[in-house]
Design a protein around this ligand. Structure first.
Ligand code: SF4
Length: 370
């Protein structure tokens, strides 16, 4: 398959892996963060850790939208779902994210009308098909999914659909990266930049990492060769004493991003003054809310959601894993109380969550010993 097979070619992969091995300084330890959960999954799925030198440490970043959503926001969404006249719609991986009193799937089993959709447009269609009900879309995701929510809002307004709203939990990646760079317990040498987000926002928004923090960023695709090439480019920059943004994913990502998608987002959303990220706390201007022109479609305006803050279970170490301070298997609950069948934290739910990816491709359900 074009754009897949050549990026999984074992000979090419072996060649880049050998080039990385030749390039690294054996006396140096490299900490490279893959920002996006899609990269985390690909790294485990393709066993890339095994072809890298020991002194390259891959650190998982916060780029999994389900994982960074705090429990309180899940509870808020489920409060909307408990209204008799309401259908709550969400993406599939949201269905298994634990709130304080269970997951959306469990609430559905108790009688709530909660439906999985593949796109916000599906939710809008459900609203059109059910005029006697109110249909709310539980929107999550970074800039990758925010444009589809924005376009759905524009369509809902054009069509004059009155029984549709969005519970907006879209977050933006740049403030999350800045929070990590400002975190005193973090030392990151360079970043594999989030390829999916960059298809929308382009490469320019990452320039602050190089300019203000002196760290290289290489925006990368999601095949094994993409990720290894990005690591090689980061190592080369470090050795040359450089810090630049490079675009390894040129077959998809334009430097200026997708201007039509950015325009749609600009018309439908505005920045929240602050928003809570699981594990990272409140980060200013890091999330989107509906613009005043779309207040009629804003679930938080229509329903007055409780807005409670919920602390994660004490033993759960999701925050440390999200910040890259801890590897998934080092969480006290990993593989015992927390596993894909019974997730305690959201990182064990989404396929892009570091804990779920590690469990599936490395740990493979083996018993965990202390
Ligand atoms: S194993 Fe579970 S509780 Fe621990 S960090 Fe991962 S998701 Fe959170």
């Amino acid at each position: 398959m074009k754009y897949v097979d050549e990026f999984r070619d074992p000979q090419l992969i072996g060649g880049v892996a050998r080039e990385i091995a030749r390039s690294v300084d054996p006396h140096r330890h490299y900490r490279i963060m893959e920002v996006c959960g899609g990269h985390t999954r690909a790294i485990y799925r393709h066993g890339l850790r095994d072809v890298l030198p020991e002194n390259i440490e891959l650190v998982h970043g916060p780029g999994c939208p389900v994982c960074v959503l705090p429990t309180g926001r899940v509870d808020d969404g489920l409060a909307i779902a408990q209204r008799d006249d309401t259908i709550l719609t969400c993406f599939g991986d949201m269905l298994r994210v634990p709130g304080t009193h269970g997951t959306p799937l469990e609430l559905k089993a108790r009688g709530a009308d909660i439906r999985m959709v593949y796109s916000p447009l599906d939710a809008l269609r459900i609203a059109q098909d059910n005029p006697a009900k109110h249909v709310c879309f539980f929107a999550i995701g970074f800039e990758t999914t925010a444009p589809s929510t924005a376009l759905t809002l524009l369509r809902a307004r054009t069509l004059g659909v009155r029984n549709f709203s969005v519970f907006c939990n879209h977050v933006t990646i740049v403030p999350g990266m800045r929070a990590i760079l400002d975190s005193p317990d973090m030392r990151i040498d360079g970043f594999v930049g989030p390829g999916h987000v960059a298809t929308v926002i382009g490469c320019r928004p990452f320039e602050f990492v190089a300019r203000d923090y002196g760290k290289p960023v290489v925006v990368a695709g999601f095949e094994p060769l993409d990720i290894l090439e990005a690591i090689l480019l980061i190592v080369r920059q470090l050795h040359a004493g450089e810090a630049r943004v490079e675009n390894q994913y040129r077959r998809i990502v334009l430097w200026e991003g997708n201007l039509a998608a950015l325009r749609a987002m600009a018309s439908a959303f505005e920045l929240r003054p602050f928003f809570e990220w699981r594990g990272l706390g409140f980060i200013s201007q890091s999330a989107l809310k509906l613009a005043p022109a779309f207040a009629d479609f804003d679930a938080e305006v229509r329903f007055r959601v409780p807005g409670v803050r919920v602390t994660d279970p004490k033993a759960a170490q999701c925050g440390e894993v999200l910040k890259g301070v801890l590897q998934p298997a080092h969480c006290k609950l990993f593989g015992t109380q927390c596993n894909p069948e019974h997730p305690v934290g959201a990182l064990m739910v989404s396929s892009e969550g570091a804990c779920a990816a590690y469990y599936r491709y490395v740990h493979r359900g083996e018993p965990v010993t202390a």
